[in-house]
Structure formats: structure tokens, C-alpha cells
Design a protein around this ligand. Structure first.
Ligand code: 5GP
Ligand code: ZN
Length: 112
């Protein structure tokens, strides 16, 4: 997906502050952080939204949760974070490549 910004970040074509990556998943800092720790966790494969996750994608979806734990430890907030997946424009999804917000570092009251 050449015109997808998160595909380009995932493949390294566009730079980001990467905090974790492996073969299938990348985590990088949100460009407009809404909390002291605000990291986006994405599949490197283009999946448009949570509503587009297929059965075949379930291992990647589970791995995204595992990576959230790894990132939280790395960022100094082990076991203390909020996860948000905006799904569809009406729910606030702006970038149509599945991404999970990991927020923490203070008491989070607002929803992303
Ligand atoms: P959404 O509203 O789609 O759930 O969230 C998209 C998030 O991606 C926003 O929080 C926005 O700040 C972040 N974002 C958009 N473009 C970029 C970018 O080019 N680099 C990074 N690091 N974050 C981005
Ligand atoms: Zn994409």
C-alpha cells in the first residue's frame, strides 16, 4: 500500500521513533502524544482496521497485545496502560491502517 502512511513507517520508508519491531509488528511514538507515553502498535501487514481482521490475522492481533506489554515495560510503565483501537471514521479512526494506541504515564481519563 504505497499511499498508506503506516505501511511506509512499517517498512522504514518514512521515519518514526521506533520503540520495538520484529517481523510482523512495529511500535513507534505517536507524533502528537496525548499522554507522557503514547505509542502506536501496528501490524507491518496492511490491515485497514480492527473490523478487517480475518481469522488468518488472529496471531498478529494477539501479538500486538503481547508487544503492548513489551513496550510498556520498555517505557517504564509495566502493567499500567490504556489501550485504544479507534475503528472506522465515526469512531475517530483517521489513519486507515490498524493501530493500537498505548497510553500511560499518568492517570488517563480522556478517550483518544
Ligand atoms: P487514529 O485517530 O487514526 O486512531 O490515530 C492516528 C494517530 O496517528 C494520531 O494519534 C496521530 O497523531 C498519529 N499519526 C498520524 N500520522 C503520523 C505520523 O506520520 N507519524 C507518527 N509517529 N504518528 C502519526
Ligand atoms: Zn497500511
Amino acid at each position: 500500500m504505497d499511499d498508506c502512511i503506516f505501511c511506509q513507517i512499517g517498512s522504514g520508508k518514512i521515519p518514526a521513533e521506533v520503540v520495538y519491531q520484529d517481523e510482523t509488528v512495529m511500535a513507534f511514538k505517536d507524533i502528537h502524544p496525548k499522554a507522557p507515553v503514547h505509542v502506536l502498535v501496528i501490524p507491518k501487514k496492511h490491515i485497514a482496521s480492527a473490523a478487517d481482521i480475518t481469522k488468518a490475522d488472529l496471531p498478529i492481533a494477539a501479538h500486538i497485545l503481547e508487544v503492548a506489554n513489551i513496550v510498556a515495560e520498555k517505557e517504564g510503565i509495566p502493567g499500567a496502560y490504556k489501550l485504544v483501537i479507534n475503528t472506522g471514521p465515526s469512531a475517530g479512526q483517521v489513519v486507515m491502517h490498524l493501530h493500537m494506541h498505548l497510553l500511560g504515564g499518568k492517570r488517563i481519563t480522556a478517550v483518544v
